[in-house]
Design a protein around this ligand. Structure first.
Ligand SMILES: Cc1cc2nc3c(=O)[nH]c(=O)nc-3n(C[C@H](O)[C@H](O)[C@H](O)COP(=O)(O)O)c2cc1C
Length: 172
């Protein structure tokens, strides 16, 4: 798919068919996540890939009501900020680096015809702690976000395209 079309036609998809995502496509999605820029090239993320239905439901419950789409997803990826890999001069950039990885995975999925929705975890610390507990994470792995994936069973909602009043040239 043309890469700009891919950016412009992506929508959050919250309802999915039962069709499984192939190992090849999963690999492509993860590879896209790892292809993004990261501060000082620390690559300070790790990922937990979940296909098990029961675990997806537990993840959804741990993340609260807005994570309900995960219960019908065929795949969930928990993005972790991996402080073991971060460096003092680039402290806290794991938050941005994890977001870039997430967006890259969403766009890769869209290019493959796979729907997805971002489910916010960090900085809602109650969600962070519940994911931490569920996956028995060490202290230096911080639950960042979950992305639910699956083949679309809905079209997604249209939103504004270009908004002129958001853009300021040369001065505010
Ligand atoms: C940081 C972040 C957290 C989000 N959390 C949720 C969520 O918990 N549940 C959900 O259904 N959608 C969630 N979304 C998806 C947004 O609702 C969605 O991106 C927004 O409505 C725009 O729609 P679009 O993705 O189709 O462009 C989240 C998106 C972002 C970027």
């Amino acid at each position: 798919m043309d890469s700009l079309v891919n950016v412009f036609n992506r929508r959050s998809i919250r309802k999915y068919t039962d069709q499984k995502i192939s190992k090849d496509d999963l690999h492509t999605i993860l590879r896209a996540g790892m292809a993004g820029p990261s501060c000082a090239n620390t690559r300070d993320w790790s990922f937990i890939v979940v296909e098990d239905k029961e675990t997806l439901i537990k993840m959804a419950d741990a993340n609260g009501i807005y994570a309900a789409p995960l219960k019908g997803a065929t795949l969930g990826i928990l993005i972790l900020g991996d402080l073991e890999r971060s460096v003092e001069v680039a402290k806290d950039y794991w938050i941005i680096d994890g977001s870039i990885a997430g967006q890259n995975m969403i766009l890769a999925a869209n290019a493959l015809g796979i729907g997805s929705v971002w489910l916010g975890t960090y900085p809602q610390m109650d969600r962070v702690e519940r994911q931490r507990e569920l996956f028995q994470l060490p202290e230096d792995k911080i639950p960042h976000s979950i992305i639910a994936f699956g083949y679309p069973a809905e079209e997604g909602v249209l939103k504004p395209d270009y908004e002129e009043d958001r853009v300021h040239f040369e001065k505010w």
